[in-house]
Design a protein around this ligand. Sequence first.
Ligand code: PLP
Ligand code: LYS
Length: 428
Amino acid sequence: MAVPYQVNQAGELTIGGVTATSLAQKYQTPLYVYDVNSIRNQMRAFKAVFINRHMAYAVSYASKAFATVAMYEVAAQEDIHLDVVSGGEIQTALAANFPMANVSFNGNNKSAEELEMAIDNGLGTIILDNFYEINLLHDLLAERNQKQNVLLRITPGVEAHTHDYISTGQTDSKFGFDVNSGQAQQALAQTLADPYLNVLGVSAHIGSQIFDVTGFQMAAAKLVDLVHEWGFEPQVINTGGGFGIRYTQEDQPLPATEFVEAIIDTITEKTTEYGMTMPTIWIEPGRAIVGPAGYNLYTIGSRKDVPGIRSYLSVDGGMGDNIRPALYEAKYEAILANNPSAPSEQVVRVAGKYCESGDVLVWEQALPQTKPGDVLAVLATGAYGYSMASNYNRNPRPAVVFVEDGKEQLVVERETYTDMLRLDKHYQ
Ligand SMILES: Cc1ncc(COP(=O)(O)O)c(C=O)c1O
Ligand SMILES: N[C@@H](CCCC[NH3+])C(=O)O
């Protein structure tokens, strides 16, 4: 199945009811555009799985996928929780007036400053990742005589079938407490005995862009097995995110909600088997919430035909606004915004404008005839695009526009050259 998109009566690409070419003209390119209804629908679909089964739950948006004030406001409107991984994301949540009790804090090397920011702003849950952090948090809470809800991140020893760089559940990982060496059990004993820590339960995250449901089932089962073995009844089991999405027609993901059904089934079966109370289930989807909702718009510029090898079509963005092809060899699909269904007349590699041979946006793409000035839309770019953007080659980062029900709104301004130079100092 192809990556879905909408067109108007004239056959032009529309996003949230607005023509892509008009957005490109008004806000310039490169441009990140989000269909807000798509974001809301995915959030609601995740919640519905739990609501239909009368389960206690939290759907916590892994905001590293796309973290801006406007995005956090949409999450708050939809009563979705937030997972953050840095002081910057905490500040973004504060700027968005996000209810901090619904925020959790993940990460393998949170600084003392970040932990202080979290506890001083009433952040709901800290997901402890290592012994250094347990001790650091203990000291900060003791100074304040304050108690904090925590989860323990466990490395369940599950190998997810995804790119090595985005696989996190295997034993050889920088994240979480290792099970086989006894560190996870030791961490539980230490935190349960700590008067400043309220251990709600356990957490795991096996990796990202996963298509196979068995990894989630194995991780969920493993978490219940472990807490049972340790004689601990958790109030919360957090199975993380990682639900795969369709980037190209080669991807055939299950609906993300089916992963969640499988996780719930596994935890229900296992807790029933052990006679345990059913815990509250948390999930942390990032990509599945924002990925399909995003479109990157570019203007086509130069072209190079290498006879007998390939043609390069260059656009005005690239690895600075979407590093995923360069970093993970990720594949995307592009369409010609003003006429996506015109017959294909060329096969090209869509390259960016950055000084790297690996600066590719689409490895191979059949397209109608194109000319300089045409707008190209890359589909399903909503996750880990803007949030991983850089100023490489001193290119300003693009603007972000939200569109909903035929109305658009600029939610992040385009960076200017002055913005980029703001922190530079002369060397005297
Ligand atoms: C702890 C944790 N939770 C959730 C996520 C979200 O993953 P995804 O965007 O694949 O759903 C990540 C990133 O992989 C993560 O590290
Ligand atoms: N940034 C990665 C995923 C890593 C998720 C972080 N835990 C990607 O674009 O696919």
